[in-house]
Design a protein around this ligand. Structure first.
Ligand SMILES: [Zn+2]
Length: 139
């Protein structure tokens, strides 16, 4: 597991709805109300159509491994005791190219592109829950 001293996310105006939803066990993403595109991380201007109007919409939390990295060197303070750990880039089912990054448990070290994953919520502080991804049991 990642150590308790790792840095925590600092929600801002753009990302606050994402973190508030995670705290409630929901994966919610910014969605353009003009063209329907999901944007993650959230943006002030839709890269799809230039709109400034967005809503937040819960998504399935299901997707597939896009790529995987094994982190051997703790370049970020707070992760020293965690290395080596696995990072996954996950492409959600809702939209091609909709990528979320996740830490993943040791069982994910052999994950391959295309392996099925689902969201799992990890509480790392009283008011902070991280949406992470884990491999589905039967692929
Ligand atoms: Zn748009």
């Amino acid at each position: 597991m990642i150590g308790p001293s790792r840095p925590l996310p600092g929600p801002d105006e753009l990302t606050a709805p994402f973190w508030a939803a995670a705290l409630e066990g929901r994966l919610s993403l910014q969605r353009c109300t003009a063209c329907g595109r999901f944007n993650h991380p959230p943006v002030p201007v839709c890269p799809g159509c230039g709109s400034l109007e967005f809503s937040w919409e819960d998504v399935s939390g299901r997707g597939a491994v896009h790529s995987r990295v094994i982190v051997h060197a703790a370049h970020t303070s707070g992760f020293e005791s965690a290395v080596p750990y696995t990072g996954l880039a996950v492409e959600l089912d809702e939209q091609p190219g909709l990528i979320l990054l996740s830490n993943a448990g040791p069982e994910s070290a052999a994950a391959q592109a295309g392996d099925r994953v689902r969201v799992a919520f990890e509480r790392v502080a009283d008011e902070v829950v991280l949406p992470q991804f884990e491999l589905e049991a039967d692929g």
